[in-house]
Design a protein around this ligand. Structure first.
Ligand code: C2O
Length: 573
């Protein structure tokens, strides 16, 4: 199988595609007001050399706003008459102005795609369904590995200006999350596909076109991406095909050297966490999956994240859904953070994450969790037209720009794929967390009003009053950590416990561990103020605390400090 073991360290590592240099920005990036001013010259493509695609067509040009607006007019004019809800406005990126953003330490980075003209609407209609396989079961002597590595190698070999080039593909992710675009209609606001209900569908479409490009380059339409099955014990390591051969195009030397196989992934990983025996870690991971997918994900907003519409400021939304934070963010930072949390590499920071080929297997698993939430857990998609009508632009396998809507990615059979049916051990109630201790005497602690606002630089205990149930409306109690403020350029994480008198003795498979808040570094500075919600009715019942008037809440910082403005409990609205 593996020909030789990877020896990696960040210091002697020369990653693939390191030859791209970032053009020095002529824009200033003001942390308080990060949107840069755009001159009329800075349209999509102005940052890239003129090129010719494989088909001999010139890919250079200017994205004419009329292409987008005309398309929109056509789409909306027919639906408006029939459906007044079509007046609603999704959050859309302003494609005409892609601007340079900044990566870590304020270094400018240009992630803008080549210029696009004649953007066509695209609706998939696959007639054949292929099965995305569990990456862990794929060996480096298999035909599949040969095809996959050939596709990625061909992508890497394309002209740097070809939108299908591997680095260009990684930059698509960067542009959509690191301030490459502003919000249509509100040029003072940045557009972003993390931290809202855009997270799942945007990444589904991104993988779809990445997979199509792979198929095209190896001339094999049966090829599909693998998924990194980190939610089942057999998949809780970096899969062999990404790690075994250092000369493989699937290898990335910018991964945390402490987390290479046989290290077991920690789905609640925080920098500095001690390593625990593999079987304990597996048990914790399954409990985390149960909590995130089942206990904490009851509604579309819980699962997908908060609505994001035209005019919304992404920095003040309630933000990411449960899955985007845990496990998604933690798989990124576990894979790609070294030394300390201020030093993330490839997978550990959003601007660079998709430079590591494992990104696409990680996101295939995230995408698979969406199908599990709908099919096995009977979750439902949003039906809000502002979600369904939101659209994105990608380059397809022929290097042509296409515009795709969320409503057209909801049925994966139309996209031509499904997921291998592998065991899902966390679905079983035996995976569920159990109380560490019952009938504890809780320590006394101050009331939130005595503490907040404060900087979370040390663990904080507060006693929080529960609301009285009037007998009408919902009786589901929600714990809200309010007004979490931080700079989006930083890695941020803190853990939350309930009725726990000894957080050091409490593990993720204990009911007292509620979960965490996390945000991956985006590259650019941007001040955020958001909230984090946890469902606690079921948790309190399991802890035998359903009749208590008050609960103890403990916040434990795991990163650079954030400011917290309050903690309270309310009934679900
Ligand atoms: Cu767009 Cu896993 O991030």
């Amino acid at each position: 199988m593996a020909s030789f073991r990877a020896m990696s360290s960040a210091t002697n590592c020369i990653p693939y595609s390191s030859s791209f240099s970032s053009k020095k920005s002529s824009f200033s990036n003001n942390r308080r007001n990060p949107v840069v001013k755009v001159t009329c010259k800075d349209r999509i493509g102005d940052h890239r050399p003129e090129t010719t695609s494989k088909n001999g067509e010139n890919s250079q040009g200017t994205l004419d706003r009329r292409d987008v607006l005309l398309g929109l007019g056509g789409l909306y004019s027919t639906s408006l008459a029939a459906n007044p809800m079509a007046l609603a406005k999704p959050a859309l990126p302003d494609f005409k102005d892609c601007v340079e953003a900044t990566q870590s330490n304020d270094v400018p980075i240009n992630c803008c795609p080549p210029a696009a003209t004649r953007i066509k609407d695209y609706v998939p209609s696959a007639t054949t369904i292929r099965t995305r396989m569990d990456a862990q079961s794929i060996t480096v002597d298999s035909d599949y590995y040969q095809k996959y590595s050939a596709a990625i190698q061909k992508m890497r070999n394309l002209s740097p200006a070809d939108p299908r080039n591997f680095r260009q593909q990684a930059n698509v992710h960067c542009a959509y999350c690191v301030g490459g675009y502003t919000l249509q209609g509100n040029p003072q606001l940045l557009y972003e596909i993390h931290g809202s209900w855009l997270f799942f569908p945007w990444h589904r479409w991104y993988l779809y076109f990445f997979e199509k490009i792979c198929q095209n380059l190896i001339d094999d339409d049966t090829f599909v991406l693998p998924f990194w099955n980190w939610d089942a014990p057999g998949g809780m390591q970096i899969p062999p095909m990404y790690n075994s051969i250092v000369t493989s195009p699937l290898y990335d030397c910018l991964r945390n050297p402490d987390h290479l196989p046989p290290s077991v992934i920690n789905l609640e990983w925080s920098d500095g966490d001690p390593t625990v025996p593999p079987n304990d870690q597996i048990k914790y991971n399954l409990a985390i999956m149960y909590a995130q997918m089942i206990t904490q994900s009851k509604t579309p907003t819980d699962f997908f994240g908060s609505p994001y519409r035209a005019g919304d400021d992404i920095t003040t939304l309630d933000g990411a859904g449960q899955i985007e934070q845990t496990p998604h963010n933690n798989v990124h930072s576990w894979t790609g953070t070294v030394v300390d949390s201020s030093n993330p590499i490839n997978m550990g920071a959003l601007y660079s994450a998709a430079r590591d080929p494992i990104f696409f297997a990680h996101h295939a698993n995230i995408d698979r969790l969406w199908t599990i939430w709908l099919n096995q857990l009977k979750g439902t998609n949003f039906t809000d037209p502002d979600w369904l009508n939101a659209y994105f632009i990608f380059y397809n396998e022929e290097a042509k720009p296409v515009r795709v809507k969320i409503q057209d990615c909801l049925d994966t059979s139309k996209l031509g794929y499904t997921y291998e049916d592998v065991p899902i051990p966390w679905l079983d109630v035996s995976a569920k967390s159990t109380p560490r201790a019952t009938a504890k005497t809780l320590p006394s602690a101050p009331d939130p009003s005595q503490i907040f606002p404060t900087t979370l630089d040390n663990p904080i205990n507060v006693i929080v009053e529960r609301p009285k149930n009037s007998g009408s409306g919902s009786s589901e109690e929600i714990l809200i950590i309010e007004g979490i403020e931080y700079d989006k350029g930083n890695y941020v994480k803190f853990n939350v416990y309930i009725n726990e008198d000894d957080v050091n003795a409490c593990h993720p498979d204990n009911t007292e561990f509620l979960g965490s808040f996390s945000s991956l570094p985006h590259g650019h500075g941007m001040n955020v103020r958001t909230n984090k919600r946890f469902r606690i009715s079921e948790v309190l019942e399991e802890l035998g605390a359903q009749d208590y008037d008050r609960v103890l809440v403990t916040l434990v910082p795991k990163s650079t400090p954030v400011t917290i403005n309050g903690v309270r409990i309310e009934f679900e609205s």
